[in-house]
Write a protein that binds this ligand. Structure first.
Ligand SMILES: O=P(O)(O)OC[C@@H](O)[C@@H](O)c1c[nH]c2ccccc12
Length: 263
């Protein structure tokens, strides 16, 4: 663990569960990954804000849970213009599963990120995905995990929350970095996090603004601060409203750059 500061109780409990989950006893996965960078470029080329839309049935900070089929959710997100999909595979706090990811990846043709708390190499082999999240704060040997992820064909998305963690990520050779606006100590969101960390990153790094983006205005704010892509879950899932239109929720954020919301 890389930080002495305290974690929110919910996060402690997530980590405890993650430590208990063993890896796969099966084979080492070997992925032929769909390129995120190509997907972001394609989105830009047709005037879509590059959004990684997240299938997140629930979370410790969500207002409720959605029971919808993950495949239907992911298809609606792609229909709404999402450049890529993120699928929570964490079972005990986010309602996710590796099976959901596999089914989503079969159903859509955009890159799919595995969103979980992967702490050790063997846990990577649970399920194939195009991208794999690694959270700087929670892992002991980031460099080894980045290498292990790449050996399997994953594109590692390395998550940071401050400048010191950004340095750690860069030192470990990360070229795809997510800045999480949510503070894992208090679980509060502050979009200034991305604004303060982004300028410290070299220009050849692909930067993703994660968490707390809820309106077209937030999208424009993160883009202005240098986000090459945005990872958005709650605003698209809209947990409080079961019948909320996920394709439409995605589209209003994907279309944010052309000012169409302003009217
Ligand atoms: O629902 P939001 O605020 O749009 O956030 C999405 C994503 O950034 C968030 O789910 C997340 C970011 N890093 C994580 C690590 C684990 C679990 C979840 C996350």
């Amino acid at each position: 663990m890389n930080s002495d500061t305290e974690l929110a109780p919910a996060v402690e409990s997530i980590l405890e569960a993650a430590r208990e989950r063993s890896g796969s006893d099966g084979d080492v996965v070997d992925v032929d990954a769909r390129s995120l960078s190509d997907a972001l470029t394609r989105a830009e080329a047709d005037g879509r804000v590059p959004v990684i839309a997240e299938v997140k049935p629930t979370s410790p900070t969500a207002d409720g849970a959605r029971e919808d089929d993950p495949v239907e959710l992911a298809e609606a997100m792609v229909e709404g213009g999402a450049a890529a999909i993120s699928v929570l595979t964490e079972p005990s706090h986010f309602g996710g599963s590796p099976e959901a990811l596999t089914r989503v990846r079969e159903a859509v043709d955009v890159p799919v990120l595995r969103k979980d708390f992967v702490l050790e190499e063997a846990q990577m082999d649970l399920v194939a995905a195009d991208l794999l999240l690694l959270i700087v704060r929670f892992v002991d040997d980031l460099e080894a995990l980045v290498a292990a992820a790449r050996e399997r064909g994953f594109q590692p998305l390395v998550e940071v929350h401050d400048r010191a963690e950004l340095e750690t990520a860069l030192y470990a050779g990360a070229d795809l970095i997510g800045v999480n606006n949510r503070d894992l100590g208090r679980l509060e969101v502050d979009l200034e996090t991305f604004e303060s960390v982004a300028p410290q990153a070299p220009t050849d790094v692909t930067l993703i603004a994660e968490s707390g983006v809820s309106s077209p205005e937030d999208v424009r704010r993160m883009r202005k601060a240098g986000a090459d892509g945005l990872l958005i879950g709650s605003a698209i899932m809209d947990h409080g409203a079961d019948d909320s239109d996920v394709a439409e929720n995605t589209r209003r954020l994907v279309d944010a750059d052309d000012g169409s919301e302003e009217a």
